[in-house]
Design a protein around this ligand. Structure first.
Ligand code: FAD
Length: 408
């Protein structure tokens, strides 16, 4: 009978959550075999740079190596058996077997599901010219189109769409950002400062069509027409569609796990419906203690934290329910947006500072009882760090704002 640390751990999904959990297992003394299975052919790499500096990079070997989460030598040193370019296609929890696309299968004692998410497919698919961004190859393809300095339409004004728009402008492309929502950032940063982020596009030279949907994209690369629902026809060389992502769970259909906008887990990230199966990162939906509902995060820090958490649990650590730091960052042109905690729709928010006058702002969110539950800052890392610390103390939002004012 295998003991806690010598069981065979199979990890499906060789990106941030998968790689960090494999490394965490070894750091915590796991001696048994670790198999890391990835659908992509590339060594595990970091995704945030794909919409940021990589778009403007020269794609040299140094740049790509600098963006790896782990090197081949480190994998060998840690005795992590990595199988790249081979997707898992089915899971049998009765026999504890993962079937792979190449016809082989792997048996596990413990399974970690870390298959993340994929870009929500574009509903508009002319023969060429419409691109999406989730993988290294996607980023490379977009980067090549931006180098042409021809007009780009970005569909989707969220974090990633805005980062692509900024990169396209920097590359010298005329850019139009389209989103059916009037203030696309409101969902991410709250309504208090969303309008300023709308203006940010215009101040940086992009055109915007917000509150207007896309009905079709016609033509081909170099000669696209993006048709909007108000009748406008935008001409573009390239369209990049960034309309969100969907959890990668199709391979789990029929496995007996509970799949509902991700793999549902208990508060310790154990998948509901099978023993010794965990789900982490962008694919996992777990009972979030603060928000009071099942929550699926699509953010770097959560994927990394959950990886460390399950590595600790698998190696026999004494566990409390998983508690997320809910931390997100994004570069919006030259502004640094950070968010920690969450916004309670039944609560209220206090704005500190003026983004246009002072160049920085903090928005502190309170729940219905006035307890601080989240903060968004722009260009104000010190306030973010203080808020992060004070949020852990579960004080009122008013007290948190007073303390920030004293220390600002
Ligand atoms: C362009 C971009 C920019 C981002 N910027 C930020 C940012 O600024 N700040 C921030 O907080 N977060 C950012 N994120 C989000 C962050 O990168 C993700 O939260 C993080 O990558 C999640 O890690 P993960 O390992 O859970 O999933 P993923 O990174 O999605 O990796 C899942 C892996 O599993 C593989 N896989 C899927 N299905 C299978 C299968 N059946 N078999 C085998 N392998 C499979 C996939 O190919 C993929 O390699 C960004 C994401 C993107 C795409």
């Amino acid at each position: 009978m295998a003991t806690t640390v010598d069981r065979h751990v199979v990890i499906v999904g060789a990106s941030l959550a998968g790689t960090r959990s494999a490394q965490g297992l070894r750091t915590l003394g796991h001696t048994g075999p670790i198999t890391l299975i990835g659908a992509e052919k590339d060594l595990p790499y970091d995704r945030p740079p794909l919409s940021k500096h990589l778009l403007a990079s020269d794609w040299s070997d140094e740049v790509i190596e600098g963006n790896l989460l782990i090197t081949r030598a480190e994998l060998d040193e840690l005795a992590i058996d990595i199988r790249l370019g081979t997707a898992a296609v089915a899971l049998n929890t009765a026999t504890r077997t993962v079937a792979l696309a190449d016809g082989s299968s792997v048996q596990y004692d413990v399974l970690i599901i870390a298959t993340g998410a994929a870009a929500r497919p574009s509903p508009w698919n002319p023969p060429s010219g419409v691109l999406q961004l989730r993988t290294l190859d996607d980023s490379r393809a977009i980067s090549a189109r931006l180098a042409l300095k021809e007009p780009v339409v970005v569909v989707g004004g969220g974090f990633i769409g805005t980062e692509i728009a900024a990169a396209a402008l920097k590359a010298g492309c005329p850019v139009t950002v389209v989103d059916p929502v009037a203030e696309p950032m409101a969902r991410l940063v709250g309504p208090e400062i969303a309008d300023i982020l709308v203006d940010l596009h215009l101040r940086n030279g992009a055109e915007t069509r917000f509150g207007v949907g896309v009905v079709d994209i016609q033509g081909e690369a170099g000669a696209l027409t993006v048709v909007l629902d108000d009748g406008t026809r935008l001409q573009a060389s390239t369209a990049v569609v960034g309309i969100g992502s969907i959890p990668s769970t199709t391979w789990l259909v029929g496995s007996g796990l509970t799949i509902d906008n991700g793999v549902l887990t208990d508060s310790s990230l154990r998948a509901i419906g099978a023993d010794d199966v965990y789900a982490i990162g962008d694919v996992a939906r777990w009972p979030h203690p603060g928000r009071g509902l099942d929550h699926r995060a699509e953010h770097w820090t959560n994927a990394s934290d959950q990886a460390r958490y399950v590595a600790t649990a698998i190696t026999g650590g004494d566990m409390q329910p998983y508690n997320s730091t809910d931390y997100v960052w994004s570069d919006q042109y030259d502004w640094k947006v950070h968010s920690v905690g969450w916004r309670d729709s039944a609560g209220s928010s206090i704005v500190l500072g003026d983004l246009l006058e002072d160049g920085r702002v903090a928005v502190i969110h309170a729940d219905a009882g006035g307890i601080a539950c989240g903060a968004v800052t722009v260009n104000w890392v010190r306030a973010l760090n203080q808020a992060r610390r004070l949020l852990a103390g579960r004080g009122t939002a008013t007290a948190l704002v007073e303390e920030l004012q004293q220390r600002a």
